[in-house]
Design a protein around this ligand. Structure first.
Ligand code: 3HC
Ligand code: NAI
Length: 693
């Protein structure tokens, strides 16, 4: 084996040169990798013994893309285009041999090889859209030339990884080789190419799949319209569509120029900076400083869930989706039937959407067992309590679980904000107690706040992280405080939103501003969805707040057809004259005169107190790092990834500005508001949250 450089080797076996990249962890196209490929191809082409070339990778995966850490640095030659030209222009056939994932620049490199083979477990995709980018090394021009523009639109704008068998059907790869026999299979394929004198196929020259779409702008218009909601606010999907339009309508080189220009614009812009930040933030959350990598974990083979309501049902689905059997406990057979009925209906909805087969549904439902006896949880490795948000009830459930659950089992609560330390006092093994705060709908939302109470063991935390990986979720380790990270910041926003109503803004004004900012909905639409009566009690209601008054009127939100908004039979909201009158009556009673609030004030008064609360959360050590808070908001509350989360957003606005505006609003922020000393200090020093180490 001859080393080309530290990350590239070249060996020649009976006329076939095997070029191997070995650059852990994911063989990204760093400068060294680009140099290595370029030199190796040159050497192989110049070697008269070599007739064909196989490009493959060592380690866990084929090239997973450009090296994202290089995007913030000045580009250094050879560029990715130079590497691709070397491969595509090789006078000897080049075969890409794919295992793991060929992603982004990795797939683009493979598309410049003359043929591609893969093992069945491999996956291919162009996920640049998740980084706020379009594929920038020819992917938007070559992919449609193989799979056609419709499929390319879907793949590039979703960033989806496509399995090898589907890739074979699509023509994206040319042959499947045996699992574990990639090298031999690829060499054999190279020999076949030579023996059969197969052409040096350059995808750039293949137009058959794009020509039928030429001059059919409606194809793109329809795609835009069908996905408008999904793409709202994001630049990258729209730019990807433009690139694919160029692939269809322009000669290859001109299309490539369009792609290059749009890629550069996105790379320099704020959306991609925010999305790249989130990419790394989501990888940071797994690193908990005082949790040794060899911390023992509990193997979780059976899970118990107490409560089959909104959350219990969704959590059960998450486990069943991952193939883990669950036992769900309810108070009665009727409650069980209702809860599991909703689970089934949710699955059937996915079948109607074409996302699941009927067999999948049966397989998953078979993993969910219902019972009304807590005793059935005796052999569970993990139990998650998801009963009503009531401390007394939760303590009772935990005390009983303490008697029933086997030694070593982890006892988790899904409380959305109660004190986990207090819940842990109900058991004799507080080290086993942890919060696993799933978000609604639990089978869809990726976030889990992993609440580490005072006595929670490292094993429980490490097991929670491992579990999140199994479930495909994003865990963020947080400490105990009312509402933890996400809901605590939400409360700060809610207080301001309701205060602004009593100054003259109406619920739909506030919701509109936050929706336009990019959030899926504003605080009042959200409250209507959740139900205004959460935590409200008719017996103790004093009618002192707008929410009390709405509840007393039976306006409990979407479920009663009216809350802050009025709803029609399709649950479409409209501004409510009843609410408006109620707000005005309240103002009159408080002697307040309505004033016009600008959109800017509404936005700042909603977001800046949240940011302040985030800073307090950091001061108190409730979150480990600012980027963890951002991961919570992007994955749990639909904060637009292209704005990077509230703390990143604060950095982009400038902390001095945030502090100055908070000072200006101070008289209106209410007695609970206290400026965070951390925020104040960073602002005074001209620093950002990202500078905190
Ligand atoms: N560049 C630099 N570092 C990368 C990277 C990349 N493209 N992809 C992954 N890494 C790093 C991660 O940051 C992580 O580092 P850490 O251990 O220090 O935290 C490490 O590699 C392992 O990553 P994961 O924890 O994500 O490992 P998994 O095994 O869970 O997943 C993966 C592997 C599926 C390859 C996943 O890492 C991934 O999706 N990577 C990004 C793929 C991507 O977006 N490619 C496109 C890049 S942009 C591009 O190619 C532009 C081109 O069109 C010009
Ligand atoms: P829910 O009211 O939909 O469901 C609670 C279920 O628990 C009911 O079906 C009830 O019959 C059952 N239950 C009550 N006592 C029980 C007992 N002793 N044994 C077995 N089952 C019992 O409530 P939801 O919304 O699912 O909330 C559950 C927990 O999750 C609460 O702590 C809540 O704060 C939290 N949570 C709720 C979220 C939401 O958006 N709904 C989001 C995140 C957390």
């Amino acid at each position: 084996m001859a080393a080309i450089n530290a990350v590239t080797d070249l060996t020649v076996e009976d006329g076939i040169a095997v070029l191997t990249i070995d650059s852990p962890p994911v063989n990204a196209l760093s400068l060294a990798v680009r140099e290595g490929i370029q030199s190796a191809v040159k050497q192989a082409v110049g070697n008269p013994e070599v007739q064909g070339i196989v490009l493959m990778c060592a380690g866990r995966t084929f090239i997973a893309g450009a090296d994202i850490t290089e995007f913030d640095k000045p580009p250094q030659p050879p560029s990715l285009y130079d590497v691709e030209d070397a491969l595509e222009g090789s006078p000897k056939p080049v075969i890409a041999a794919i295992h793991g994932t060929a992603l982004g620049g990795g797939l683009e490199v493979a598309l410049c090889c003359h043929y591609r083979v893969a093992v069945p477990s491999a996956r291919c995709g162009l996920p640049e859209v998740h980084l706020g980018l379009v594929p920038g090394a020819g992917g938007t021009q070559r992919l449609p030339r193989i799979v056609g523009p419709e499929k390319a639109l879907e793949m590039i704008t979703s960033g989806r990884h496509v399995d090898a068998r589907t890739c074979l059907q699509l023509g994206l790869i040319d042959d499947l080789v045996g699992e574990g026999a990639l090298r031999a299979g690829a060499i054999a394929f190279a020999r076949k190419v030579l023996a059969e004198k197969m052409p040096l196929r350059k995808i750039r020259d293949v137009d058959d799949n794009v020509l039928p779409a030429r001059g059919r702008p409606e194809l793109f218009a329809e795609f835009r319209e069908a996905n408008a909601r999904k793409f709202r606010g994001f630049l990258a999907p729209e730019y990807a569509i433009r690139c694919i339009e160029a692939a269809v309508n322009l000669p290859f080189e001109e299309g490539l120029a369009v792609e290059r220009e749009l890629f550069e614009e996105l790379l320099q812009g704020p959306q991609s900076a925010a999305q790249r930040y989130i990419f790394f933030a989501e990888r940071q959350v797994w690193k908990v400083p005082d949790l040794a990598p060899d911390t023992p974990t509990v193997p979780v083979t059976r899970v118990g869930i107490v409560g089959a309501g909104t959350m219990g049902g969704g959590i059960a689905m998450s486990f069943a989706n991952a193939g883990t059997p669950v036992t769900v406990v309810e108070t009665s057979e009727a409650a069980l039937e209702r809860g599991l009925g909703i689970v089934r209906r949710n699955y059937e909805f996915s079948v109607r959407r074409g996302r699941l087969s009927l067999e999948d549904v049966e397989r998953r439902m078979a993993l969910i067992q219902g019972t009304s006896s807590l005793q059935q949880l005796a052999d569970c490795d993990l139990v998650i309590e998801a009963v009503f948000e009531d401390m007394q009830l939760k303590k009772e459930v935990f005390a009983r679980l303490d008697d029933i659950a086997k030694q070593g089992a982890i006892l988790a609560t899904n409380t959305s904000g109660l004190n986990v330390d207090e819940i842990a006092t109900a058991v004799r093994r507080p080290e086993a107690v942890i919060g696993l705060h799933f978000f609604s709908p639990a089978h869809v939302m990726r976030l889990i706040e992993v609440v580490r109470a005072r006595r929670t063991s490292n094993t429980a935390v490490a097991t929670a992280l491992q579990l999140a990986k199994t479930l495909g979720k994003v865990p963020v380790v947080v400490g105990v405080c009312p509402g933890f990270v996400g809901n605590r910041m939400l409360f700060a926003r809610q207080r301001q939103a309701e205060a602004m109503l009593l100054e003259g803004a109406l619920p739909w004004d506030i919701d509109r501003v936050l929706y336009e900012f990019g959030l899926p909905m504003g605080p009042f639409a959200m409250a209507d969805l959740a139900g205004l009566d959460i935590g409200w009690n008719r017996q103790t209601s004093t009618g002192a707040t707008l929410r009390d008054a709405l509840c007393e009127m039976g306006r409990l939100g979407q479920k009663t057809g009216a809350g802050w908004y009025d709803y029609d039979e399709n649950r479409t909201p409209s501004p409510s004259p009843v609410t408006e009158q109620l707000v005005r009556d309240f103002m009159a009673r408080h002697g307040a005169t309505p004033r016009q609030l600008t959109d800017a004030e509404i936005l700042e008064r909603c977001l800046y107190p949240m940011i302040n609360e985030g800073a307090r959360i950091l001061e108190e050590g409730i979150a480990l790092r600012p980027s963890d808070i951002d991961v919570v908001w992007v994955n749990g509350y639909g904060w637009p990834a292209y704005r990077g989360g509230p703390m990143f957003y604060a950095d982009s606005v400038g902390l001095a500005t945030v502090v100055a505006r908070l000072a200006q609003y101070a008289p209106k922020l209410g007695p609970e508001f206290k400026l965070s000393p951390l925020l104040e200090r960073l602002a005074a020093a001209g620093q950002r949250f990202q500078d905190l180490k």
